[in-house]
Design a protein around this ligand. Structure first.
Ligand code: PGA
Length: 252
């Protein structure tokens, strides 16, 4: 089964408009370095249009970092799925651990957002991952199973096939502590098995599962050779074109 690797940059709440334009322009200009790897940039929502213009005409795709699950209405400060699509986004990160821990998102929230994203033609990048306490308490498998089953509840096999999943151990995000390739592969294989039960093994074999958490150019190659790791969701290292493309190259 050949899956096209996908490397996405989660810029989080960083950069200003000029720096966003500069970084996106550099990534687009050098996207050939990533070979066949699909590249996605997820800037702060207010810079989606700027970044969309900068990467226009290139192979690089645009994505949001979050969205509301409703189509429109009295939701002050929120952004509708159709608004992301309107600005050219093809992807949206959902259920990132920062959304879950700092903004109270639950599997139920993520499930509603996942369905809404699919209905708007966006590809959700659904994030799951355990905390350090959960890993040390041997609860990784149980936690990830609950997150996958809850976040993807009620999706048809056709919908499951469209997803990208990101396994991001919370203890590895922004800490410089990357999961070992074996630790990551073990959870990726678990996730693929769960997708097989939710949809079918044939569908699960097509879903891209990214690893996220302190991915850097110098640790990406060891992750990339794992059979169930199909790319990376990159935070800190996505803010430098050299590092982001260095990671992408490892997955090419
Ligand atoms: P990091 O973030 O690469 O800075 O660890 C990853 C993420 O939060 O998606």
């Amino acid at each position: 089964m050949s899956r096209r690797n996908i490397v996405a940059g989660n810029w989080k709440m960083n950069l200003d408009r000029a720096k966003a334009r500069e970084l996106a322009t550099a990534v687009a200009a050098r996207s050939a370095e990533a070979g066949s790897v699909e590249l996605v940039l997820c800037p702060p929502a207010v810079y989606l249009e700027t970044v969309g213009n900068a990467i226009g005409g290139s192979e690089v795709a645009l994505g949001g970092q979050n969205m509301h699950d409703k189509a429109s209405g009295a939701f002050t400060g929120e952004i509708a799925p159709s608004m992301l699509a309107d600005l050219g986004s093809r992807f949206v990160i959902l259920g990132h651990s920062e959304r879950r821990t700092l903004f109270g998102e639950t599997d139920t929230t993520v499930n509603a957002k996942t369905k809404a994203a699919l209905a708007s033609g966006l590809t959700p990048i659904v994030c799951v991952g355990e905390t350090l306490e959960e890993r040390e308490g041997n609860r990784t498998q149980a936690v990830v199973t609950t997150q996958i089953n809850g976040s993807l509840a009620g999706l048809s096999p056709t919908d499951v096939e469209k997803l990208v999943i990101a396994y991001e151990p919370v203890w590895a995000i922004g800490t410089g502590k990357v999961a070992t390739p074996q630790q990551a592969q073990e959870v990726h294989a678990l996730i693929r098995g769960l997708l097989g039960s939710l949809a079918s093994p044939a569908v699960a074999a097509k879903v891209r599962i990214q690893y996220g958490g302190s991915v850097k150019p110098d640790n990406a190659a060891d992750l990339a050779v794992q059979p169930d790791i199909d790319g990376a969701l990159v935070g800190g290292a996505s803010l430098k074109a050299d590092d982001f493309l260095g990671i992408a190259k490892a997955f090419a």
